[in-house]
Design a protein around this ligand. Sequence first.
Ligand code: ADP
Length: 246
Amino acid sequence: MIEVKNLHKRFGNLEVLQGIDMKVKKGETVVIIGPSGSGKTTLLRCLNLLEIPTAGEITLGNRHLVFTESVKIKEQDIIALRKQTGMVFQNYNLFPHMTAAENIMEGQVTVLGRSRDAARKRALELLRKVGLENRAEMYPHQLSGGQQQRVGIARAMAMDPDVILFDEPTSALDPELVGEVLKVMKELAAEGMTMVVVTHEMNFAREAADKVIFIDGGRIVEEGPPEQIFENTQHERTMQFLSKIT
Ligand code: ADP
């Protein structure tokens, strides 16, 4: 589904990604962990071209993009790739002047060209799926953080993306609201959605990940199934990180 080769991203003199290679198979949940500032969010944002990589290659389905400093990526490639990748943000990023249902309809109508009726039907189905069928007409400020994030997940799903990227989806939430969001994410993973998740929730990684990738200093230090990363850690740096966080 996704293949990333030798991906680099530089901000000025700061090389944040220093040659990332990764593969995500269809239906897999890949969890990216690592210290703050190690490049996790930048990697995720490069996958849907919210950041344009400095060098390297990204293949998503049958779309193949090569990045170099001299060649500008075409706008149509950026739009096409964004359609294939849903994004769930740390701070939900819902439109404040739209109801939950309207938030989920917006992209379906403007980007996918669905009719308002069809988009609303799908929005209501998805709200039911994330346990918010009776919140359709509420505005974001009337919802808890956990409910807003579940709307965010429904909004990403409504676009029928090939993969959903989650950027620390629970780190802005009060602790008692984290569980309801992780539950929805676990259900999605179990249903075979392809997911790439940046998170500090090690229990989610243990229970839901097919593969865990540990990043430090813009490089992948270690990757493998959760049993290997958590119970049979190979690298000193991974061990140090895990001992601090768990
Ligand atoms: P993580 O998600 O692992 O905490 P990030 O990918 O957010 O790490 O950031 C990695 C590094 O890149 C940090 O040093 C951060 O300050 C820097 N960085 C991220 N985005 C930008 C940007 N738009 N401009 C300049 N530096 C950035």
